[in-house]
Design a protein around this ligand. Structure first.
Ligand SMILES: C[S@@+](CC[C@H](N)C(=O)[O-])C[C@H]1O[C@@H](n2cnc3c(N)ncnc32)[C@H](O)[C@@H]1O
Length: 299
């Protein structure tokens, strides 16, 4: 297969994965797309990712043109719209756009919503004051192309806020590359998924999927890139990458006033003491070894 058709094939697999697994839906049990479902997703998001409103400052974007790239279930999107921003949301999957449309309708909020690709944004140059993208561009085959698109559609002086996964983090080195790599070896046994579920609270169906992948080809699953793909947003995810601050800042070198901030230490990933940790300690540790690397930059 030539490189172009390989990239296209990967993009199709990325799209199929997110179409089947709308991001964040696993955190709510109510019927997907119901009011209760969205309320639950929203509660869960800001309980665990309480730093998001602090970093974004939704109220600051009142009367501004905001584009969200990869809007998922629209949880941050409704916050922008409630705060009075003129909100546009795009996502690779029609499923996400349908759900977000419904969500905005429930609240009587206006938005422009479209299925589109971050690597080829369907907007004119210099159209937005803020381009926001949370946990998306590390899942697209050509991340740099998508970052160039963010730059192109921003107005001069406009702001980019992009969250990418952070490699120099507790989650990458300790949770994924050490604890999970040890744990996955237990999946060779029939009782593996149940046992690991009891030990960690990890979803049993997800563990059974990992068990199938492990039994098919253990070496392929344990390859570091593939292991990362399978251990961030659910088994079957074809692509996830993680960056150091320096690598991420380099990709944004054509922007000005670029800075990196690190946030988010999911307490669920820290066995035994995670849930006992006071917020102040969580905040300080997250600043150093958090999983979410935010690049904030000006055009
Ligand atoms: C981990 S979810 C994040 C969703 C949302 N931003 C959030 O923080 O909850 C990743 C989202 O990125 C979307 N996505 C992946 N590749 C994309 C691309 N090339 N263009 C647009 N959206 C993309 C997926 O469809 C999915 O909705």
């Amino acid at each position: 297969m030539n490189p172009n058709s390989m990239a296209e094939d990967l993009k199709t697999r990325v799209k199929d994965f997110w179409q089947a697994n709308p991001c964040g839906a696993k955190f709510a049990e109510e019927g997907i797309g119901s009011r209760e479902f969205f309320a639950h997703v929203e509660r869960h998001r800001y309980e665990t990712e309480w730093h998001i409103p602090e970093v974004v400052g939704f109220d600051r974007w009142r009367d501004k043109d905001v584009l969200e790239v990869g809007c998922g279930l629209g949880t941050d999107g409704v916050r922008f719209a409630r705060a009075g921003a003129r909100y546009t949301g795009i996502d690779l999957t029609e499923r996400s756009i349908e759900l977000v449309r419904r969500r905005f309708e429930y609240e009587g909020l206006a938005a422009e919503l479209r299925a589109a690709d971050a690597e080829a944004l369907p907007f004119a140059d210099s159209s937005f004051d803020l381009v926001y993208s949370h946990g998306v561009l590390h899942h697209t085959p050509d991340t740099e192309k998508a970052i160039n698109e963010v730059h192109r559609v921003l107005r001069p002086g406009g702001t980019a806020m992009v969250m990418l996964y952070h490699r120099r983090s507790y989650n990458y080195y300790v949770n994924i590359m050490t604890l999970r790599r040890l744990g996955v070896r237990l999946l060779r046994f029939d009782w593996g998924p149940r046992f690991v579920h009891k030990l960690t609270g990890e979803d049993e169906a997800r563990l059974s999927e990992l068990q199938r992948a492990y039994r098919r080809d253990p070496a392929a699953l344990l390859d570091r890139n593939e292991f990362l793909n399978q251990n961030t947003d659910g088994a079957g995810n074809p692509l996830a990458r993680a960056y150091s601050r320096r690598e991420a800042l380099e990709m944004f070198s054509r922007f000005n006033a670029t800075r990196a901030e690190v946030h988010f230490l999911n307490k669920r990933w820290i066995p035994l003491i995670g849930n006992l940790m006071p917020r102040a300690v969580e905040r300080r540790l997250a600043r150093v070894a958090g999983w979410h690397l935010w690049i904030i930059a000006r055009k």
